[in-house]
Design a protein around this ligand. Sequence first.
Ligand SMILES: Cc1ncc(COP(=O)(O)O)c(C=O)c1O
Length: 400
Amino acid sequence: MSFLSATLDRVKPSPTIAVTTKAAELKAAGKDVIGLGAGEPDFDTPQNIKDAAVAAIAAGKTKYTAPDGIPELKAAVVAKMKRDHGLDYTSAQVSVGTGGKQILYNALMATMNPGDEVIIPAPYWVSYPDMVLLAGGEPVVIEAGLDQNFKMTGAQLEAAITPKTKWLIFNSPSNPTGAGYSWDELKELTDVLARHPHVWVMTDDMYEHLAYDGFEFCTPAQVDPSLYDRTLTCNGVSKAYAMTGWRIGYAAGPEVLIKAMRKVQSQSTSNPCSVSQWAAVEALNGTQDFLPKNNAIFERRRNLVVEMLNAAEGITCPTPEGAFYVYPSIQGCIGKTSASGVVIENDEIFATTLLEETGVAVVFGAAFGLSPNFRVSYATSDEALKTACSRIQEFCASLR
Ligand SMILES: Cc1ncc(COP(=O)(O)O)c(C=O)c1O
């Protein structure tokens, strides 16, 4: 019998991290590399948040806390849920974890039994299926392609539900596509869920604040309040507040689930970093003034990237509603040959050849469950984006 856990054979390492590592290796070897792979803002954490962390250290708030968060942060989450979505929660219905990732993981660990199914629309954030597998469940993937703006329809959801379905994982605006569901589009899904009371919704609202062209974010429990008792609303400070390294995520939902998640966390990592929790209190309660300023920058970059990619031969790039990603199709490049003689058979070969021939690092679509595409993160400078998109244009033009 193998020394390593058989469960690990069910999962693969994060491909987004693999791309970032490969790009770093090429850079270290002296190649001029532009990384469009990382899923984090290039902005610094706002000063008021950093100050709150420094003050917490100075005040000695450096000890263990309650395993799933300090009361002040839970209160800030309760206030945020009311302020932004009109949803009423108590602190006992809130869990704080080490990043949004741990929150999702805890929820799956706390609920999966062998054979339980979890519906995941593709393209999906890379970790969803693997976290379901690690927790012992079965991912059920629904493809939502470019022709449907990467959004699942009610009919698709209806067809995927079985008596074994436990969760739908919902993510809007989405990583990797940036697609955001309007109220009506989400209502189409919540109407289906309303007919299937055994299915719970894990909504990952991580990119809530990153929305453009006046797109109005909405979350399932808000669109259909009858789902409140079976919805886990997950969020975090990583993306909107440029706090990826601080590792704070949170969720609000039914107390029975929150308690079970606390059990998982208290027997694994225990409390998230105390100092980061105080910083997150300031993120949620403090000024939100920088959000529209950052969004204006992201919107400009999105427009730049969409325009330049659509000008590349063989690429079609829709304009997404939010996040900081675009997810162009490379259908028109498939079957062609690169200058170095590589046949572009799929999006993984496209991404590898693009990196090797031009130094531009993107993540191939197969990693997100929908091909042939690639993901560009535009959370980098305008200059880097212009140079990278020009190189993509030249690369596509060179394909024969
Ligand atoms: C959709 C989505 N959910 C959750 C996370 C995890 O965020 P965190 O860094 O807070 O763990 C990410 C990060 O890339 C994400 O893109």
